[in-house]
Ligand binder design. Structure first.
Ligand SMILES: Cc1cc2nc3c(=O)[nH]c(=O)nc-3n(C[C@H](O)[C@H](O)[C@H](O)COP(=O)(O)OP(=O)(O)OC[C@H]3O[C@@H](n4cnc5c(N)ncnc54)[C@H](O)[C@@H]3O)c2cc1C
Length: 400
């Protein structure tokens, strides 16, 4: 990791909880406090997720309980129109929304078609709202993971599999072409390494078609992988050669444990960096590379890392790049790192939040991952919990 920036070289600070939670009433803040204090306890989260799964399986009436607690914190609603309040609240603070249809489908062709249709609806919604700067989708929402894996391994496909892959490719093209037609930027989320190769191929194919004038399609770069920084630089050269703009969402990567486990079990080289410092260093080098080549690259930093956001802001200032330059965005998840999103927006940078939505039972896996992420690590309270606690203290109100 690069050495910390000297204080006078940091253009934006994230400690101001009065800005971070300005849109939350005292009672809402108390509720958030209780939620994070519960999630802060690993045992509560383990027990809670176990009982939630069980209760849903047994069809016990717990949806309302989920709705007024964890769902309200991390999701915009069950449908696009239910997200309107969230879109407007964020918009008032200068923060965009990225509608993220977070349903992890059952993998049938019909469910892929339904998901593709829902993503088209999010693109339509984005085209009608000044508060929705991007749309997003996961390739595994519109194609089978097993099939993608087979294609990536270059295994021979049966006639039926070849047809299914061609349908999946067509769904991806329909989404990107619709986004292009309506001038809505679209992220292709990154997934596990055993399917990421084919996801990259599809994303580059779409960029070549739709990014001629500007970045519409953005591929995602997981900097926790050894090879990603070089891959990003290579992708830039190809884009220049073929005459299109490279769109890149820079993330560290969400599947570290799964990747390590699979590499160990199957005895191949673990694609993930040996430590966090190596990931951080590649992440910040990727920022450097993209910002130095901004004539042909547009980026979005998908991160909750304060240092990386400050590093990018400082680099922009150093190179005289306007804070509102449309080629640079920052993005966080709804319900997390509001201190970063709201303070960046207040300082006039381009910021957006992923706003997950979907039927409660279908977004449950997403909610459980957020709960696990917010448990205390080795006795240290989660960042979110400490932030909310300090805002309660600043307002001089009790948590009761
Ligand atoms: C808007 C947005 C969009 C996202 N889109 C995607 C996506 O498409 N695909 C995807 O995979 N993820 C995505 N993510 C999740 C992201 O990859 C990270 O998992 C998450 O944001 C945490 O990383 P961080 O940069 O926020 O912060 P930090 O807390 O600084 O970093 C945590 C991350 O560092 C890495 N790390 C931690 N420990 C180690 C270690 N020992 N060795 C090596 N690396 C380590 C891991 O990637 C871990 O998630 C997205 C996140 C956001 C906010």
């Amino acid at each position: 990791m690069a050495s910390p920036l000297p204080k006078d070289k940091i253009p934006v600070f994230f400690e101001d909880t009065s800005v971070a939670f300005a849109s939350k009433s005292d009672s809402r803040l108390r509720k958030t406090y209780w939620l994070f204090s519960l999630m802060n306890q690993a045992r509560v989260v383990n027990l809670g997720t176990f009982f939630l799964k069980l209760a849903l399986k047994l069809h016990l009436p717990i949806k309302n309980l989920i709705r007024v607690t964890i769902f309200e914190q991390f999701c915009g609603g069950e449908t696009i129109s239910e997200c309107d309040d969230t879109i407007n609240t964020l918009g008032k603070s200068g923060i965009g929304t990225i509608l993220d249809y977070s349903v992890e489908g059952e993998g049938s062709e019909a469910s892929f078609d339904d998901t593709a249709q829902e993503i088209l609806n999010t693109i339509n919604k984005a085209s009608q709202s000044e508060h929705i700067p991007f749309s997003v989708f996961k390739i595994t929402g519109v194609a089978s993971s097993e099939l993608l894996e087979k294609v990536q391994r270059k295994e021979r496909l049966s006639d039926q599999e070849a047809e299914l892959f061609s349908k999946a490719r067509q769904r991806v093209e329909n989404l990107c072409s619709h986004a292009h037609k309506l001038n809505v930027r679209i992220f292709v989320d990154a997934e596990e390494s055993w399917i990421q190769g084919i996801i990259d191929e599809l994303a580059y194919e779409m960029m070549e078609k739709f990014n001629k004038e500007k970045a519409i399609v953005y591929n995602t770069y997981q900097l926790y992988r050894h090879e990603t920084l070089d891959a990003l630089k290579g992708a830039y050269l190809v884009a220049r050669q073929k005459g299109y703009v490279l769109g890149g969402k820079l993330v560290r990567g969400a599947y570290m444990e799964k990747e390590r486990l699979r590499a160990r079990e199957n005895e191949y080289f673990n694609p993930i960096h040996v430590n966090k410092e190596a990931t951080d260093s590649d992440y910040n080098s990727a920022i450097d590379f993209c910002i130095e080549n901004l004539h042909h690259i547009s980026i979005c930093l998908g991160t909750h890392n304060e240092y990386s956001c400050q590093y990018c802001a400082a680099k922009m200032e150093k190179l005289g790049i306007d804070k509102k330059d449309s080629r640079i965005w920052f993005a966080q998840l709804l319900g997390m790192s509001d201190n970063i999103s709201y303070n960046l927006a207040k300082a006039n940078y381009n910021v957006a939040k992923y706003v997950p939505y979907g039927p409660i039972s279908a977004v449950l896996p997403y909610l459980m991952r957020r709960a696990e992420e917010n448990t205390s690590i080795a006795g240290q309270s989660s960042r979110e919990f400490l932030m909310v606690k300090s805002e309660l203290k600043r307002r001089g109100i009790s948590s009761l």
